[in-house]
Design a protein around this ligand. Structure first.
Ligand code: CAA
Length: 450
Protein backbone atom coordinates (compact mmCIF):
# COMPACT_ATOMS: atom_id res chain seq x y z
CA UNK A 1 0.00 0.00 0.00
CA UNK A 2 1.28 3.47 -0.81
CA UNK A 3 2.23 5.45 2.29
CA UNK A 4 0.69 8.45 0.55
CA UNK A 5 -2.79 7.15 1.24
CA UNK A 6 -2.85 7.08 5.03
CA UNK A 7 -0.85 6.78 8.21
CA UNK A 8 0.30 8.81 11.18
CA UNK A 9 3.71 8.99 12.79
CA UNK A 10 2.10 7.90 16.07
CA UNK A 11 1.20 4.61 14.41
CA UNK A 12 4.85 3.77 13.93
CA UNK A 13 6.46 1.61 16.55
CA UNK A 14 9.95 1.55 15.05
CA UNK A 15 12.69 1.74 17.67
CA UNK A 16 13.42 5.39 18.50
CA UNK A 17 17.17 5.49 18.23
CA UNK A 18 18.78 8.26 20.15
CA UNK A 19 22.32 6.97 19.66
CA UNK A 20 24.48 9.71 18.19
CA UNK A 21 27.60 8.33 16.59
CA UNK A 22 29.61 11.50 16.88
CA UNK A 23 33.31 10.90 16.66
CA UNK A 24 33.72 14.62 17.41
CA UNK A 25 31.37 17.39 18.39
CA UNK A 26 30.34 18.95 15.06
CA UNK A 27 28.54 21.81 16.79
CA UNK A 28 31.67 23.35 18.33
CA UNK A 29 33.33 25.72 18.72
CA UNK A 30 30.41 28.18 18.38
CA UNK A 31 26.80 27.04 18.24
CA UNK A 32 25.09 28.69 15.27
CA UNK A 33 21.77 27.96 13.62
CA UNK A 34 18.11 28.89 13.44
CA UNK A 35 16.64 30.83 16.34
CA UNK A 36 13.19 31.52 14.88
CA UNK A 37 11.19 30.81 11.70
CA UNK A 38 8.19 32.21 9.91
CA UNK A 39 6.33 31.53 6.67
CA UNK A 40 4.28 33.69 4.30
CA UNK A 41 1.47 31.87 2.50
CA UNK A 42 -0.18 33.54 -0.54
CA UNK A 43 -3.87 34.33 -0.10
CA UNK A 44 -5.19 32.09 -2.90
CA UNK A 45 -4.90 28.47 -3.96
CA UNK A 46 -6.08 26.32 -6.82
CA UNK A 47 -7.22 22.72 -6.32
CA UNK A 48 -5.11 19.97 -7.87
CA UNK A 49 -8.16 17.75 -8.34
CA UNK A 50 -9.86 20.51 -10.34
CA UNK A 51 -6.71 20.93 -12.43
CA UNK A 52 -6.68 17.18 -13.16
CA UNK A 53 -10.32 17.34 -14.26
CA UNK A 54 -9.64 20.27 -16.59
CA UNK A 55 -6.51 18.64 -18.04
CA UNK A 56 -8.45 15.39 -18.50
CA UNK A 57 -5.99 13.47 -16.31
CA UNK A 58 -6.91 10.84 -13.71
CA UNK A 59 -6.78 12.89 -10.46
CA UNK A 60 -4.85 10.11 -8.70
CA UNK A 61 -1.89 10.76 -10.97
CA UNK A 62 -1.53 14.19 -9.33
CA UNK A 63 -2.78 13.39 -5.80
CA UNK A 64 -1.18 9.94 -5.36
CA UNK A 65 1.40 9.72 -8.18
CA UNK A 66 2.87 13.13 -7.26
CA UNK A 67 1.27 13.52 -3.81
CA UNK A 68 0.02 17.07 -4.49
CA UNK A 69 -3.17 18.64 -3.13
CA UNK A 70 -3.17 22.43 -3.72
CA UNK A 71 -1.13 25.06 -5.54
CA UNK A 72 -0.54 28.42 -3.82
CA UNK A 73 -1.18 31.20 -6.35
CA UNK A 74 -0.07 34.83 -6.12
CA UNK A 75 -2.73 37.52 -6.27
CA UNK A 76 -2.28 40.58 -8.53
CA UNK A 77 -0.65 42.66 -5.73
CA UNK A 78 1.71 39.93 -4.49
CA UNK A 79 5.20 39.28 -5.83
CA UNK A 80 8.43 37.71 -4.53
CA UNK A 81 9.28 40.98 -2.72
CA UNK A 82 5.96 41.31 -0.86
CA UNK A 83 6.07 37.62 0.10
CA UNK A 84 9.62 38.04 1.44
CA UNK A 85 8.66 41.16 3.40
CA UNK A 86 5.56 39.36 4.74
CA UNK A 87 7.65 36.44 6.04
CA UNK A 88 10.24 38.83 7.51
CA UNK A 89 7.66 41.09 9.21
CA UNK A 90 5.88 38.11 10.75
CA UNK A 91 9.20 36.74 12.08
CA UNK A 92 10.19 40.06 13.66
CA UNK A 93 6.73 40.62 15.16
CA UNK A 94 6.27 37.09 16.48
CA UNK A 95 9.74 36.94 18.05
CA UNK A 96 9.71 40.51 19.34
CA UNK A 97 12.99 41.32 17.56
CA UNK A 98 13.98 44.96 17.18
CA UNK A 99 14.83 45.50 13.46
CA UNK A 100 18.02 47.28 14.57
CA UNK A 101 19.33 43.94 15.86
CA UNK A 102 19.57 42.62 12.28
CA UNK A 103 23.09 43.05 10.87
CA UNK A 104 22.71 40.94 7.74
CA UNK A 105 19.83 40.13 5.38
CA UNK A 106 20.31 37.42 2.76
CA UNK A 107 17.51 36.58 0.34
CA UNK A 108 17.73 33.19 -1.38
CA UNK A 109 15.63 33.17 -4.55
CA UNK A 110 15.37 32.06 -8.16
CA UNK A 111 12.52 34.53 -8.78
CA UNK A 112 14.55 37.73 -9.12
CA UNK A 113 12.52 40.85 -10.00
CA UNK A 114 15.51 42.70 -11.47
CA UNK A 115 18.78 41.67 -13.11
CA UNK A 116 20.70 44.10 -10.89
CA UNK A 117 18.80 45.30 -7.82
CA UNK A 118 18.38 42.64 -5.13
CA UNK A 119 15.04 41.79 -3.54
CA UNK A 120 16.88 42.19 -0.22
CA UNK A 121 17.16 45.99 -0.64
CA UNK A 122 13.38 46.40 -1.04
CA UNK A 123 12.79 44.12 1.94
CA UNK A 124 15.37 46.00 4.02
CA UNK A 125 13.33 49.18 3.52
CA UNK A 126 9.97 47.52 4.11
CA UNK A 127 11.11 45.98 7.40
CA UNK A 128 12.77 49.18 8.60
CA UNK A 129 16.18 47.54 9.11
CA UNK A 130 19.24 49.52 10.14
CA UNK A 131 21.35 51.16 7.38
CA UNK A 132 24.30 49.33 8.96
CA UNK A 133 23.05 46.01 7.59
CA UNK A 134 24.72 44.01 4.83
CA UNK A 135 22.13 42.86 2.28
CA UNK A 136 22.34 40.57 -0.74
CA UNK A 137 20.42 38.10 -2.87
CA UNK A 138 21.81 34.66 -3.59
CA UNK A 139 20.78 32.69 -6.67
CA UNK A 140 21.39 28.96 -7.01
CA UNK A 141 18.05 27.41 -8.01
CA UNK A 142 16.40 25.74 -4.98
CA UNK A 143 19.78 25.46 -3.22
CA UNK A 144 19.75 29.28 -2.84
CA UNK A 145 18.05 29.03 0.56
CA UNK A 146 20.72 26.75 1.97
CA UNK A 147 23.46 28.90 0.42
CA UNK A 148 21.89 31.93 2.14
CA UNK A 149 21.67 30.05 5.44
CA UNK A 150 25.34 29.03 5.22
CA UNK A 151 26.42 32.63 4.42
CA UNK A 152 24.39 33.94 7.36
CA UNK A 153 25.78 31.29 9.71
CA UNK A 154 29.35 32.12 8.70
CA UNK A 155 28.73 35.82 9.46
CA UNK A 156 26.87 35.16 12.73
CA UNK A 157 29.86 33.19 14.03
CA UNK A 158 32.31 36.07 13.49
CA UNK A 159 33.17 38.84 15.96
CA UNK A 160 31.88 41.32 13.33
CA UNK A 161 28.33 40.23 14.13
CA UNK A 162 28.89 41.56 17.67
CA UNK A 163 25.72 39.98 19.00
CA UNK A 164 23.58 41.08 16.05
CA UNK A 165 21.45 38.58 14.17
CA UNK A 166 21.14 37.58 10.51
CA UNK A 167 17.86 37.32 8.66
CA UNK A 168 17.61 34.77 5.86
CA UNK A 169 14.55 34.96 3.63
CA UNK A 170 13.68 32.54 0.85
CA UNK A 171 11.01 33.61 -1.64
CA UNK A 172 9.92 31.94 -4.87
CA UNK A 173 7.19 31.41 -7.40
CA UNK A 174 7.19 28.02 -9.17
CA UNK A 175 5.63 28.75 -12.54
CA UNK A 176 5.44 26.35 -15.51
CA UNK A 177 3.64 26.44 -18.86
CA UNK A 178 -0.07 25.59 -18.93
CA UNK A 179 -0.72 21.87 -19.42
CA UNK A 180 2.98 21.03 -19.08
CA UNK A 181 4.06 18.11 -16.81
CA UNK A 182 5.36 20.62 -14.25
CA UNK A 183 2.04 22.52 -13.99
CA UNK A 184 0.58 20.46 -11.08
CA UNK A 185 3.76 21.10 -9.06
CA UNK A 186 3.47 24.92 -9.16
CA UNK A 187 3.40 26.92 -5.92
CA UNK A 188 4.61 30.05 -4.12
CA UNK A 189 5.68 31.07 -0.60
CA UNK A 190 8.41 32.76 1.42
CA UNK A 191 10.14 31.62 4.61
CA UNK A 192 12.16 33.72 7.05
CA UNK A 193 14.87 32.31 9.33
CA UNK A 194 16.56 34.17 12.15
CA UNK A 195 20.19 33.01 12.29
CA UNK A 196 22.10 33.55 15.53
CA UNK A 197 24.72 32.21 17.88
CA UNK A 198 23.28 29.91 20.56
CA UNK A 199 20.06 29.37 18.56
CA UNK A 200 17.01 28.25 20.47
CA UNK A 201 15.31 26.29 17.67
CA UNK A 202 17.86 24.35 15.58
CA UNK A 203 21.62 24.13 16.17
CA UNK A 204 23.20 23.34 12.80
CA UNK A 205 26.37 21.34 12.27
CA UNK A 206 28.72 23.95 10.84
CA UNK A 207 31.80 21.69 10.79
CA UNK A 208 30.80 19.09 8.19
CA UNK A 209 30.56 19.89 4.48
CA UNK A 210 28.75 17.20 2.48
CA UNK A 211 28.34 19.09 -0.79
CA UNK A 212 27.97 17.91 -4.39
CA UNK A 213 28.12 20.21 -7.43
CA UNK A 214 27.57 18.87 -10.94
CA UNK A 215 26.67 20.82 -14.11
CA UNK A 216 23.44 19.42 -15.64
CA UNK A 217 20.53 20.86 -17.66
CA UNK A 218 17.68 19.37 -15.66
CA UNK A 219 15.73 22.56 -14.89
CA UNK A 220 16.41 26.18 -15.81
CA UNK A 221 14.70 29.51 -16.56
CA UNK A 222 16.26 31.68 -19.27
CA UNK A 223 16.18 35.42 -18.46
CA UNK A 224 13.64 36.00 -21.26
CA UNK A 225 11.04 33.61 -19.78
CA UNK A 226 8.62 33.78 -16.83
CA UNK A 227 8.11 30.02 -16.80
CA UNK A 228 10.76 27.41 -16.07
CA UNK A 229 11.93 24.77 -18.54
CA UNK A 230 12.52 21.30 -17.21
CA UNK A 231 13.69 17.88 -18.36
CA UNK A 232 11.37 16.31 -15.78
CA UNK A 233 12.40 12.67 -15.53
CA UNK A 234 16.09 13.55 -15.92
CA UNK A 235 15.70 16.07 -13.04
CA UNK A 236 14.52 13.26 -10.77
CA UNK A 237 17.61 11.23 -11.63
CA UNK A 238 19.89 14.23 -11.01
CA UNK A 239 18.25 14.86 -7.63
CA UNK A 240 18.61 11.24 -6.51
CA UNK A 241 22.21 10.97 -7.71
CA UNK A 242 23.11 14.17 -5.81
CA UNK A 243 21.39 12.78 -2.71
CA UNK A 244 23.42 9.56 -2.94
CA UNK A 245 26.68 11.48 -3.32
CA UNK A 246 25.98 13.92 -0.43
CA UNK A 247 24.60 11.27 1.92
CA UNK A 248 27.57 8.95 1.44
CA UNK A 249 29.98 11.86 1.91
CA UNK A 250 28.21 12.91 5.10
CA UNK A 251 28.17 9.36 6.43
CA UNK A 252 31.88 8.96 5.73
CA UNK A 253 32.64 12.19 7.61
CA UNK A 254 30.34 11.75 10.64
CA UNK A 255 29.50 8.04 10.92
CA UNK A 256 25.83 9.04 11.00
CA UNK A 257 23.23 7.22 8.91
CA UNK A 258 19.46 7.14 8.32
CA UNK A 259 18.78 5.23 11.54
CA UNK A 260 20.34 8.02 13.61
CA UNK A 261 18.00 10.76 12.41
CA UNK A 262 14.64 11.32 14.10
CA UNK A 263 13.48 13.02 10.90
CA UNK A 264 14.86 13.60 7.42
CA UNK A 265 13.77 16.78 5.62
CA UNK A 266 14.15 16.78 1.84
CA UNK A 267 13.88 19.47 -0.77
CA UNK A 268 10.34 18.58 -1.85
CA UNK A 269 9.28 19.77 -5.33
CA UNK A 270 6.26 17.46 -4.89
CA UNK A 271 5.62 15.05 -1.98
CA UNK A 272 6.34 11.87 -3.96
CA UNK A 273 9.90 13.15 -4.49
CA UNK A 274 10.51 12.86 -0.74
CA UNK A 275 9.20 9.29 -0.92
CA UNK A 276 11.66 8.50 -3.71
CA UNK A 277 14.49 10.19 -1.78
CA UNK A 278 13.74 8.23 1.41
CA UNK A 279 13.54 5.04 -0.69
CA UNK A 280 17.02 5.77 -2.06
CA UNK A 281 18.47 6.19 1.45
CA UNK A 282 16.66 3.08 2.69
CA UNK A 283 18.16 1.07 -0.16
CA UNK A 284 21.62 2.51 0.45
CA UNK A 285 21.38 1.32 4.06
CA UNK A 286 20.54 -2.25 3.07
CA UNK A 287 16.73 -2.24 3.46
CA UNK A 288 14.36 -3.46 6.17
CA UNK A 289 16.51 -6.32 7.40
CA UNK A 290 19.49 -4.04 8.07
CA UNK A 291 17.40 -1.19 9.50
CA UNK A 292 15.06 -3.26 11.68
CA UNK A 293 11.88 -1.61 10.39
CA UNK A 294 9.81 -1.62 7.23
CA UNK A 295 10.35 1.06 4.65
CA UNK A 296 6.76 2.26 5.12
CA UNK A 297 7.23 2.68 8.88
CA UNK A 298 10.52 4.51 8.39
CA UNK A 299 8.92 6.85 5.84
CA UNK A 300 5.82 7.43 7.96
CA UNK A 301 7.87 8.17 11.05
CA UNK A 302 10.78 10.16 9.63
CA UNK A 303 9.38 11.93 6.56
CA UNK A 304 5.55 12.14 6.51
CA UNK A 305 5.33 14.92 9.15
CA UNK A 306 7.55 17.12 6.95
CA UNK A 307 5.28 17.08 3.88
CA UNK A 308 2.29 19.25 4.78
CA UNK A 309 3.66 22.42 3.17
CA UNK A 310 4.51 20.63 -0.07
CA UNK A 311 0.97 19.24 -0.26
CA UNK A 312 -0.71 22.54 0.63
CA UNK A 313 1.50 25.01 -1.26
CA UNK A 314 3.14 23.08 -4.12
CA UNK A 315 6.78 23.57 -5.00
CA UNK A 316 8.20 26.61 -3.25
CA UNK A 317 11.75 26.18 -4.62
CA UNK A 318 14.33 27.80 -2.28
CA UNK A 319 11.77 27.79 0.56
CA UNK A 320 10.95 24.10 0.16
CA UNK A 321 13.40 22.66 2.69
CA UNK A 322 12.50 25.26 5.33
CA UNK A 323 8.78 24.85 4.65
CA UNK A 324 9.41 21.17 5.49
CA UNK A 325 10.86 22.33 8.82
CA UNK A 326 7.76 24.44 9.44
CA UNK A 327 5.55 21.43 8.62
CA UNK A 328 7.48 19.40 11.16
CA UNK A 329 7.10 22.11 13.81
CA UNK A 330 3.36 22.24 13.10
CA UNK A 331 3.24 18.45 13.53
CA UNK A 332 4.20 19.24 17.11
CA UNK A 333 6.18 16.20 18.25
CA UNK A 334 9.78 17.47 18.29
CA UNK A 335 11.80 17.31 21.49
CA UNK A 336 14.96 19.01 22.72
CA UNK A 337 18.16 17.30 21.57
CA UNK A 338 16.67 15.26 18.70
CA UNK A 339 18.83 15.08 15.63
CA UNK A 340 17.37 15.79 12.19
CA UNK A 341 18.94 15.62 8.73
CA UNK A 342 18.27 18.01 5.84
CA UNK A 343 18.90 17.52 2.11
CA UNK A 344 18.97 20.58 -0.12
CA UNK A 345 18.93 20.22 -3.93
CA UNK A 346 19.16 23.00 -6.49
CA UNK A 347 18.87 22.11 -10.16
CA UNK A 348 21.77 22.85 -12.34
CA UNK A 349 23.07 21.50 -9.86
CA UNK A 350 24.24 22.07 -6.27
CA UNK A 351 23.28 20.01 -3.26
CA UNK A 352 24.10 19.49 0.40
CA UNK A 353 23.26 17.05 3.19
CA UNK A 354 23.53 18.45 6.71
CA UNK A 355 22.20 17.92 10.20
CA UNK A 356 20.84 19.91 13.10
CA UNK A 357 19.92 19.33 16.72
CA UNK A 358 16.61 20.56 18.14
CA UNK A 359 17.20 23.47 20.53
CA UNK A 360 15.89 24.27 24.01
CA UNK A 361 12.90 26.45 22.96
CA UNK A 362 11.18 23.75 20.90
CA UNK A 363 8.14 23.60 23.19
CA UNK A 364 7.16 27.13 22.21
CA UNK A 365 7.42 26.31 18.47
CA UNK A 366 5.55 23.02 18.34
CA UNK A 367 2.17 23.70 16.61
CA UNK A 368 2.88 27.42 16.89
CA UNK A 369 4.46 28.73 13.67
CA UNK A 370 1.40 30.56 12.34
CA UNK A 371 1.35 28.26 9.27
CA UNK A 372 -1.96 26.52 10.01
CA UNK A 373 -3.73 29.85 10.60
CA UNK A 374 -2.51 31.19 7.26
CA UNK A 375 -3.73 28.06 5.48
CA UNK A 376 -7.23 28.45 6.89
CA UNK A 377 -7.42 32.10 5.77
CA UNK A 378 -6.82 31.23 2.09
CA UNK A 379 -9.44 31.46 -0.62
CA UNK A 380 -9.88 28.78 -3.28
CA UNK A 381 -9.94 30.28 -6.77
CA UNK A 382 -11.77 29.08 -9.86
CA UNK A 383 -10.06 28.01 -13.09
CA UNK A 384 -11.02 31.36 -14.66
CA UNK A 385 -9.33 33.20 -11.79
CA UNK A 386 -6.30 30.90 -12.08
CA UNK A 387 -5.94 31.95 -15.73
CA UNK A 388 -6.52 35.62 -14.83
CA UNK A 389 -3.87 35.55 -12.06
CA UNK A 390 -1.40 33.92 -14.44
CA UNK A 391 -2.04 36.65 -17.00
CA UNK A 392 -1.54 39.25 -14.26
CA UNK A 393 1.73 37.56 -13.28
CA UNK A 394 2.98 37.81 -16.87
CA UNK A 395 1.73 41.40 -17.20
CA UNK A 396 3.14 42.66 -13.91
CA UNK A 397 6.65 41.82 -15.01
CA UNK A 398 6.28 44.53 -17.68
CA UNK A 399 6.45 48.29 -17.48
CA UNK A 400 3.07 50.03 -17.37
CA UNK A 401 1.29 47.54 -15.10
CA UNK A 402 -0.36 49.48 -12.28
CA UNK A 403 -3.10 48.93 -9.73
CA UNK A 404 -4.46 51.37 -7.14
CA UNK A 405 -4.66 49.70 -3.74
CA UNK A 406 -3.94 50.40 -0.10
CA UNK A 407 -2.11 48.15 2.35
CA UNK A 408 -4.02 46.83 5.34
CA UNK A 409 -3.00 44.84 8.41
CA UNK A 410 -4.07 41.72 6.51
CA UNK A 411 -1.93 42.65 3.47
CA UNK A 412 0.76 45.01 4.80
CA UNK A 413 2.93 44.89 1.65
CA UNK A 414 1.52 45.50 -1.82
CA UNK A 415 3.13 45.41 -5.24
CA UNK A 416 1.40 48.12 -7.30
CA UNK A 417 3.20 47.72 -10.60
CA UNK A 418 6.02 49.12 -12.71
CA UNK A 419 6.09 52.81 -13.62
CA UNK A 420 8.91 54.25 -15.71
CA UNK A 421 10.75 50.97 -15.24
CA UNK A 422 10.67 51.33 -11.44
CA UNK A 423 8.84 48.86 -9.22
CA UNK A 424 6.28 50.52 -6.96
CA UNK A 425 5.24 49.17 -3.58
CA UNK A 426 2.90 50.40 -0.85
CA UNK A 427 3.38 49.16 2.66
CA UNK A 428 2.54 49.84 6.27
CA UNK A 429 5.50 51.64 7.76
CA UNK A 430 7.16 49.59 10.49
CA UNK A 431 6.46 51.05 13.92
CA UNK A 432 4.08 53.73 12.60
CA UNK A 433 1.58 51.39 10.90
CA UNK A 434 0.56 53.93 8.32
CA UNK A 435 0.56 53.49 4.59
CA UNK A 436 3.52 54.85 2.66
CA UNK A 437 4.86 54.48 -0.83
CA UNK A 438 8.15 52.71 -1.31
CA UNK A 439 11.38 54.69 -1.57
CA UNK A 440 11.38 53.90 -5.26
CA UNK A 441 7.94 55.45 -5.73
CA UNK A 442 8.89 58.54 -3.71
CA UNK A 443 12.07 58.94 -5.74
CA UNK A 444 10.07 58.75 -8.96
CA UNK A 445 7.71 61.48 -7.80
CA UNK A 446 10.64 63.68 -6.72
CA UNK A 447 12.26 63.26 -10.09
CA UNK A 448 8.99 64.15 -11.84
CA UNK A 449 8.55 67.32 -9.79
CA UNK A 450 12.12 68.58 -10.35
N1 CAA B 1 -2.75 6.82 -10.14
C1 CAA B 1 -1.69 6.84 -9.33
N2 CAA B 1 -0.43 7.15 -9.78
C2 CAA B 1 -0.28 7.44 -11.08
C3 CAA B 1 -1.37 7.43 -11.99
C4 CAA B 1 -2.65 7.09 -11.46
N3 CAA B 1 -3.74 7.05 -12.24
N4 CAA B 1 -0.89 7.75 -13.21
C5 CAA B 1 0.44 7.98 -13.08
N5 CAA B 1 0.80 7.79 -11.80
C6 CAA B 1 2.12 7.96 -11.20
C7 CAA B 1 3.27 7.48 -12.08
O1 CAA B 1 3.47 6.07 -11.95
C8 CAA B 1 4.42 8.29 -11.50
O2 CAA B 1 4.84 7.74 -10.28
P1 CAA B 1 6.31 7.08 -10.17
O3 CAA B 1 7.29 8.20 -10.51
O4 CAA B 1 6.43 6.66 -8.76
O5 CAA B 1 6.36 5.99 -11.17
C9 CAA B 1 3.76 9.61 -11.13
O6 CAA B 1 2.34 9.35 -11.08
C10 CAA B 1 4.01 10.72 -12.13
O7 CAA B 1 3.71 10.23 -13.42
P2 CAA B 1 4.63 10.58 -14.65
O8 CAA B 1 6.06 10.31 -14.32
O9 CAA B 1 4.06 9.92 -15.86
O10 CAA B 1 4.35 12.15 -14.71
P3 CAA B 1 4.84 13.23 -15.73
O11 CAA B 1 5.83 12.64 -16.68
O12 CAA B 1 3.64 13.87 -16.32
O13 CAA B 1 5.54 14.33 -14.80
C11 CAA B 1 7.32 15.09 -13.41
C12 CAA B 1 6.21 14.07 -13.56
C13 CAA B 1 8.45 14.77 -14.39
C14 CAA B 1 7.85 15.02 -11.99
C15 CAA B 1 6.75 16.51 -13.69
O14 CAA B 1 5.78 16.83 -12.74
C16 CAA B 1 7.79 17.61 -13.72
O15 CAA B 1 8.46 17.82 -14.73
N6 CAA B 1 7.94 18.35 -12.59
C17 CAA B 1 8.85 19.48 -12.48
C18 CAA B 1 10.28 19.03 -12.28
C19 CAA B 1 10.55 18.56 -10.87
O16 CAA B 1 9.85 18.86 -9.93
N7 CAA B 1 11.64 17.82 -10.69
C20 CAA B 1 12.04 17.33 -9.38
C21 CAA B 1 13.53 17.10 -9.28
S1 CAA B 1 14.42 18.63 -9.65
C22 CAA B 1 14.17 19.62 -8.28
O17 CAA B 1 13.85 19.14 -7.23
C23 CAA B 1 14.34 21.09 -8.42
C24 CAA B 1 13.01 21.74 -8.44
O18 CAA B 1 12.48 22.12 -7.40
C25 CAA B 1 12.32 21.89 -9.71
Amino acid sequence: MSPFRSGSPEGCTGARRTTEKMTRNPFSPINVGIDAVSIFVPHHYFSIEELAQIRNVNAEKFTVGLGCSKMAILGPTEDPVTMAAGAGRSLLDRSGIDPREIGMLVVGTESAVDESKPIAVYVHEMLGLSPRCRVMDLKNACYAGTAALRAAMAWAATPAAAGRKALVITTDVAYYDLASPGEPTQGAAAVALLVTQNPQLLIIDSQTEAIYTHEVMDFWRPTYRNSALVDGHFSLECYLESLRACYNMHKEMTGLSLADFRHVLFHTPFPKMAYKAHHRLFELEGGALALGMTEEDSFRWKVMPTLRAARELGNVYASSLFAALISLLEDGSLQVGQQIALFSYGSGSSSEFFTGRIGPAIASWNRNTGFSEQLTRRRRISYEEYLFYRAAYEQRNRDGYFVEDQPTEETPFLFLGIKKHKRQYAFLNPGRMEASASAAAAATEDAEQN
